[in-house]
Ligand binder design. Structure first.
Ligand code: HEC
Ligand code: HEC
Ligand code: HEC
Ligand code: HEC
Length: 185
């Protein structure tokens, strides 16, 4: 009996050492997916047959989020904040107006700032889930970095830190950018 207790104690101690190590490895992996850029996602998610998802994004507000930073409105907001310079070069603006801002440079090489807020800003960096055999399996996609519930993350940008913030209601806003796979899929 006493032997069993000692073994249990020893296992417990190994567990205490191992669990934090494992948790760290998982976090590292989650942060380690490379971005592939909207063109790659669009290869499969465009056209009538596929629900025109690329086209819907192109026509929507997020595709022009970087261009917006060059507008008169952006300059006005900028001046009002007491700032000088170019909003398109200011990390304080870019953090919500381009995809992957602040991520490790080794992971963002395929991104073009001109594409503003693209697929991967909401669905997660696609370097490890974009392949067809993984994409067809929802669980595999999630295990490889796909964000399963992107609506929960809208408020990471749609919040009062935005100098032009006018409020945010998730369903109302989502209805303006809604995109979906074709019926029956
Ligand atoms: C090689 C083709 C291909 C590429 C490239 C691709 N996808 Fe997909 N994607 C698919 C297929 C196929 C499905 C599954 C459709 C179905 O279930 O009928 C899918 C499903 C999805 C889903 C729905 C998952 C779910 O079940 O909720 C999302 C979101 C998605 N893709 C986003 C992306 C993003 C973002 C990119 C780029 C990073 C991308 N895809 C690149 C083929 C692709
Ligand atoms: C990474 C930052 C980011 C995330 C995440 C994000 N957005 Fe946005 N969103 C923006 C920016 C920046 C703009 C302004 C684009 C512009 O006007 O150039 C915008 C604009 C919009 C607009 C247009 C608003 C208007 O006044 O015309 C809608 C609608 C919208 N977003 C919906 C959503 C929804 C729904 C989600 C979550 C599923 C979401 N956004 C997630 C950054 C983000
Ligand atoms: C916390 C995220 C965030 C930051 C930081 C941010 N923005 Fe935005 N920006 C948004 C979102 C979200 C929108 C969409 C409209 C809204 O709700 O404000 C937006 C919209 C805009 C618009 C369009 C206004 C409109 O009514 O459509 C301009 C111009 C703009 N931002 C300029 C800037 C400038 C300049 C900076 C840097 C000083 C900046 N933003 C920093 C999130 C942000
Ligand atoms: C602003 C955030 C945002 C951007 C940008 C965005 N999506 Fe989505 N996407 C969403 C949300 C939110 C949903 C709905 C998820 C849900 O139903 O919970 C969704 C759903 C999807 C689905 C699943 C649709 C279905 O019928 O199940 C696919 C596929 C998809 N997106 C692909 C893309 C691709 C490809 C791009 C880029 C061209 C893109 N998305 C850009 C937020 C975004």
């Amino acid at each position: 009996m006493r032997k069993l207790i000692l073994i249990a104690l020893a296992l417990g101690m190994i567990g205490m050492v191992l669990i934090p190590v494992l948790a760290e490895a998982e976090e590292g992996e989650a942060a380690g997916h490379a971005y592939i850029g909207v063109k790659r996602c669009g290869m499969c998610h465009k056209g009538d047959k596929n629900g025109n998802i690329l086209e819907t994004w192109e026509a929507g507000p997020h595709a022009k989020a970087y261009a917006t930073l060059a507008s008169e409105e952006a300059k006005a907001a900028y001046t009002e904040m007491g700032k000088e310079g170019n909003p398109q070069e200011d990390p304080a603006c870019l953090k919500c107006h381009v995809t992957g801002h602040g991520a490790d440079a080794a992971l963002t090489g395929k991104l073009d700032m001109a594409n503003g807020i693209s697929c991967e800003a909401c669905h997660g960096a696609g370097g490890d889930y974009w392949k067809k055999n993984i994409m067809e399996d929802r669980e595999q996609s999630i295990a490889n970095g796909m964000v399963a519930a992107p609506k929960e993350h809208c408020v990471s940008c749609h919040n009062e830190e935005s100098p032009t913030f006018k409020g945010f209601e998730v369903e109302e806003y989502y209805s303006k950018i809604i995109h979906s796979l074709p019926e029956g899929e």
